[in-house]
Design a protein around this ligand. Sequence first.
Ligand code: ZN
Length: 162
Amino acid sequence: MTGEELAAIRHRAGLRQVDLAQRAGIGRHAVSYWENRPRVDLRAWAVRRMAEVLDLPKPPTRSAHPSWQEEADRLAEAAFVAQVARIKARAEAAAAKRRVPCGAKTRKGAPCRCLSEPGKRRCKFHGGMSTGARTPEGIERIREAQRKRWARWKAERATPNA
Ligand SMILES: [Zn+2]
């Protein structure tokens, strides 16, 4: 597990560094120290405390036999990684389905009360489906379609009885 992953798990648990530190009974600097490490040592005391608070699988303990230790480390690390992946997948699935109040400013000036499209921040009327073309080709395609639409409208207006 990397420090970045540890930080991500803490974020998903809705905890600030101070909150996690307090619950784990460790210093806040221990939290930031490990979150900034490329590799988190699962046997470190502070890490074990955090793992407990964050509901992660138990990290390995020191085994008397060195060869068992290696195996235990490998299994624990694998369980850890799997659990992290599960937490990540669950959070992503929830985010993809989440609907929040749109809140876009309407013509009356009040925030839109519609629910957003799943996983988006805006409703279907305010860009939840799409916020439009981004590539130059796409933008040009829209422009061309609008030109044609207005040309048709003008032509119809010029000859109302046609
Ligand atoms: Zn809206």
